[in-house]
Design a protein. Structure first.
Length: 438
């Protein structure tokens, strides 16, 4: 194995870069790009490695942003925070909470870096909220020529508009300014219900709640719905034992053991899922926002997620259920449903339309042939619904198929050609999903 070896969190992507660097400043980022330019190498950036695609893979120079993890400035009057691009979301959430602030919404996982999360259009669940990139009000990046560019609504607004979701194709993000809110609490209720009732009531659930996260357990008629709304009620958490049981033991260690058993004996997967679904009950709590919205995930998995028009979300779920049954697939992970508001970011999966998200998973270690059979089948359904794949999650799309699905595709490509005409930040993934830089 090469001394310069990198592997992602899901253990399904790896590469052997010519060099791996960990810059601690914007100057060191620019110097690393200069070394790559002199050596004729490409440059890719990795945050927490939580993407399941090969978006960060390279045989050129890999930049890890772990050391760019500071809070740079806080504007309490404007409710804005400026942070270095490598700060992980869990650390950002803690830093904000200590200053009486919070992000308006978050995804289910908080291990990603802020730059990786926004660059791949990571999102939460709630019809009034856009993805994390919509909270960005300014950013700084180092271009292929080594120039530091500062952007805001007043300064280089076109770069800001496109670079909020950039796939790493425009430059190396070094700082991000985010719109926040005063810290708030959420009252969260999670309870099981039937799949039919979830489908029938999905629009009502979405419209009646600020934050939603729904799961259906394949091979069963059981779904769970988690709704969370702002509250002034006192914090009401589970006891230490109950919290460890419900947030660590059951969804991680116990579920991981059941998934491992299913990989050894695939015929047992349906009964395993029925057993898990049969043990679900109601959970209710009040806590600070990031503790409610984010969950601990220790079981490794691979994932595909598609964005479809919100009106088609229930239809997409039923078609995936029919695929699983018709093909005799053995699916050992729940299917997740969320929603997000439309936004104006060219490569955002919610660009120009209110969006529903459907995510399918399989446990890490599942045979590649099984993953491809399931995920190709799901992708066929999503193609019929003009679905847009999450940029950091597995999919098989190319630029020719993707371009018509994004109203401002050409706007992004024009900026990419301007900022990186020689393809300093290209790799196999970007060549596939975006095409050549110019």
């Amino acid at each position: 194995m090469s001394a310069n070896y990198w592997r992602n969190w899901g253990r399904n992507q790896s590469c052997a870069p010519a060099a791996i660097e960990e810059p601690e400043s914007e100057l060191e980022v620019a110097e690393a790009i200069g070394r790559a330019r002199a050596a004729g190498q490409t440059v890719k950036v990795v945050g927490a490695g939580h993407s399941f695609t090969d978006i960060a893979c390279t045989d050129g120079r890999l930049l890890r942003l772990d050391r760019l993890d500071r809070v740079v400035a806080v504007d309490h009057d404007a409710h804005e925070v400026t942070v270095e691009a490598g700060i992980p979301l869990w650390k950002l959430n803690e830093q904000l909470a200590g200053r009486g602030l919070a992000l308006p919404n978050l995804g289910d996982i908080d291990r990603q870096s802020i730059s990786g999360a926004i660059s791949t259009a990571t999102h939460g669940g709630g019809k009034q909220f856009g993805g994390l990139a919509t909270f960005v009000t300014a950013l700084e990046l180092v271009t292929a020529g080594g120039e530091l560019v500062r952007t805001s609504a007043q300064e280089e607004p076109e770069i800001l508009a496109c670079a909020r979701v950039s796939l790493g194709a425009l430059g190396v993000l070094t700082k991000v300014t985010l719109r926040c809110e005063p810290a708030f609490r959420l009252h969260s209720v999670e309870r099981p219900r039937t799949l039919d009732s979830l489908v029938e009531d999905l629009d009502e659930i979405v419209d009646a709640n600020e934050h939603i996260d729904c799961y259906w357990f394949p091979h069963t008629d059981v779904a769970t719905v988690k709704v969370s709304n702002r509250s002034e009620a006192p914090i009401r958490r589970k006891s230490g034992w109950k919290r460890w049981r419900d947030e660590t033991l059951l969804p991680n260690y116990a579920f991981g053991a059941v998934a491992a058993l299913g990989r050894l004996q695939p015929a047992r997967v349906p009964s395993n899922m029925r057993m898990i679904a049969g043990g679900l009950g109601k959970t209710e709590l009040v806590d600070v926002s990031h503790r409610v919205l984010c969950s601990r995930r220790l079981v490794r998995f691979v994932e595909m997620e598609y964005a479809v028009p919100r009106a088609d979300l229930a239809k997409a779920l039923l078609r995936v259920r029919d695929l699983i049954e018709a093909e005799g697939l053995r699916v050992d992970f729940p299917i997740e449903l969320r929603v997000a508001a439309a936004d104006d970011i060219p490569l955002s999966t919610a660009s120009g339309r209110e969006t529903g998200y459907l995510a399918v998973h399989l446990s890490a270690g599942t045979p590649a042939a099984t993953i491809e059979r399931y995920f190709h089948g799901v992708e066929g359904i999503m193609n019929d619904l003009v679905g847009r794949p999450h940029w950091g999650k597995l999919h098989y799309q190319g630029a020719a198929a993707l371009a018509p699905r994004y109203p401002e595709w050409d706007r992004f490509r024009a900026l990419r050609a301007r900022l990186d005409p020689d393809g300093r930040f290209r790799n196999a993934y970007l060549d596939r999903v975006l095409g050549p830089p110019s």
